[in-house]
Ligand binder design. Structure first.
Ligand SMILES: [Zn+2]
Length: 369
């Protein structure tokens, strides 16, 4: 899986802390009207990024070889056929969360291309590269799952591993990052950490504390439905920074799902935007080369402002109070952060503290080398 192909291909400006990858073709990843993964999320986020003066770099599409780092040839062929209207039950294509749409394979190459370009930029020396399309953490080597066809995050990790000997994956989406976890479950050079709503109440039903991997390089912090941001953030802070440092990570892939927000329609954790953003700030504070991708989030009034607040934070720019006036009506909001924190506070405390207590032993086990 870890072939050498992390060549000097991406462009970035010297003196600028990071690159931000996007191209309009990414909007073609569209399961159709009524599907939660609405490309409008990305379109609005890019409008906000441009209003904030974030410079956009145009990535090439992913190559077949990029996909073959993670996925099987048989699966790629099934995705191509699915894009021509042929469902494939054994590959999860055309059912439930993942209905067919025209040229699914071609549309997917754009979002994987963004994450691959971000990984290559970081391999080439950029301290930060952002690609908000993608972050599709549920995709498996031979199966689509939970709106995710190809696992761009795993492709990015695989590319980073050619330049960096140890890579940490941090997933703050409300769903367990199962695809990335299982792909690298027995890989001692990749630490995966996911904080999410418990699999007892939310898809994909995994991500329990006991899923540790052969080398204890898989850490899961499940929190209960209803958990508030104060408790979520304490659990994140108790585990993630120490684990990444003890593991000796040289680079990070950050999955920035925003569906932890209290207003998200498909999950049940209660964060304000600013509480989620504190976790992004913690990752920034680790001061390691970082590939930051998007992820879940299904409320059009929360996703764009949270993603761009995260991008500004990672770029070492202040998050202004107000959304730029010229995009306020498009975004249907006027401020980045929430006026109020969800109440009552300290929901889910007992379960979160229990998970942290159990995980501390695994974090102690991690060490460089
Ligand atoms: Zn999610």
């Amino acid at each position: 899986m870890l072939r050498r192909d992390c060549s000097a291909r991406a462009r970035y400006s010297r003196g600028v802390r990071g690159e931000f990858f996007y191209r309009p073709e990414m909007l073609s990843y569209d399961f159709g009207a009524g599907h939660p993964l609405n490309p409008e999320r990305l379109r609005r986020a890019i409008a906000l990024a441009e209003a904030e003066g974030i410079q956009v770099s145009v990535p090439p599409p992913a190559t077949y070889d990029d996909l073959l780092r993670i996925h099987t040839r048989d699966y790629l062929e099934a995705v191509k056929r699915a894009g021509e209207g042929v469902p494939s039950p054994e590959h999860g294509l055309g059912y439930g969360d993942d209905p067919l749409f025209s040229d699914m394979h071609g549309a997917s190459l754009w979002y994987v291309g963004g994450s691959a370009a971000a990984a290559r930029a970081v391999c080439d020396g950029s301290p930060l590269a952002i690609s908000l399309s993608g972050g599709l953490h549920h995709a498996m080597p031979e199966r689509a799952s939970g709106f995710c066809i190809y696992n761009d995050l795993a492709v990015a990790i695989s590319l980073l591993r050619e330049r960096f000997s140890r890579v940490a994956y941090i997933d703050i989406d409300v769903h367990h990052g199962d695809g990335v976890q299982w792909i690298f479950y027995d890989e001692p050079t990749v630490l995966t950490i996911s904080i999410h709503e418990s699999g007892r109440s939310l898809f994909p039903g995994t991500g329990f504390v006991g899923e540790l991997g052969a080398e204890k390089t898989s850490l899961n912090i499940p929190v209960n439905a209803g958990t508030t941001g104060d408790v979520w953030l304490e659990a994140f802070r108790a585990i993630v920074p120490t684990a990444v440092r003890r593991f000796g990570a040289e680079a990070i892939v950050l999955q920035m799902g925003t569906d932890t927000h209290a207003l998200d329609p498909i999950a049940h954790v209660n964060l304000a935007a600013q509480e989620w953003l504190e976790a992004v700030q913690e990752v920034r504070g680790l001061d390691l080369p970082t590939v930051a991708c998007g992820g879940g989030g299904y409320n059009l009034r929360t996703v764009p402002r949270m993603w761009i607040a995260a991008a500004l934070t990672l770029l070492d720019r202040d998050v202004p109070e107000g959304i730029p006036a010229d995009v306020q009506s498009l975004l249907e909001v006027s401020a980045y952060l929430d006026a109020d924190l969800p109440t009552p506070r300290r929901r889910g405390e007992t379960a979160a503290e229990d998970a942290v207590r159990q995980l501390k032993e695994s974090v102690e086990w991690l060490s460089v080398g």
